[in-house]
Design a protein around this ligand. Sequence first.
Ligand code: CIR
Length: 254
Amino acid sequence: MSEVIKRAWVRGVPDTFHLCITDGRPPDVLLAREQHANYVSRLASAGLDVIEVAPDDNHPDCVFIEDTAVLLGPVVVATKPGAPQRVGEVGAVVDALDGLFEFRSIIEPGTLDGGDVMVLGESVFVGRSDRTNQAAIDQLTDLASSVGLQTIPVDVSGVLHLKSAVLPVGSETVVVTPGSVDEAKLGNLRIVYEDTAERNQFSALPLADRVLVTTSAPKTSAALEGLGFEVDPIDVSEILAADGGLTCMSIVEP
Ligand code: CIR
């Protein structure tokens, strides 16, 4: 039987990226675009079929496509981003996914960012954060249950999203920023801690044969290598400046 090629949806960096929501310095648009192109080529070289949604200058944060739609098996859940200025990003992404999955939607008063959703096996961990509220968690719980998945809410503090602080690097291992989440909720997952000197600098995206990791967290990455993970470092300084990471620039088919 031939290998199934998975798809990944990405969205380009708009000319207005320097106006994105950030607690830090504005990112450099041209450098961000170079780093994004490098990210896209790493996904493609890992065997993913990459589909690009055009950027929209009216939405400076649109490169963070993960926040707009969540794939739960045969279902795509259009989110309701918790930052009001990001709500308009969802339509173009839904258009790209339309017809490929059964369509569902988070509705008001729910707000949910895809960065708060981590699907591992049969479990859907969902961060209760400044962007994702209980109403949306209740809706997601029902949607997940309809496709046989169990939802586990996790309180998130001091970071933007669940996946700012809990990064899957394999099906059973996560890298955690100490003190950001209630680790008891992570059940039997193996926890590797982000090095304290690299706080909020580590991000990761597991690919078929390796884990893409940020160059900004070499000690954490070395610890992963010590555990047998094949790491592939990538510089995404401008994405980190915009409070993003490696998961947030794509929606990868499970
Ligand atoms: C925001 O504040 O919404 C963006 N500047 C960053 C979003 C990052 N998204 C993600 O990690 N899933």
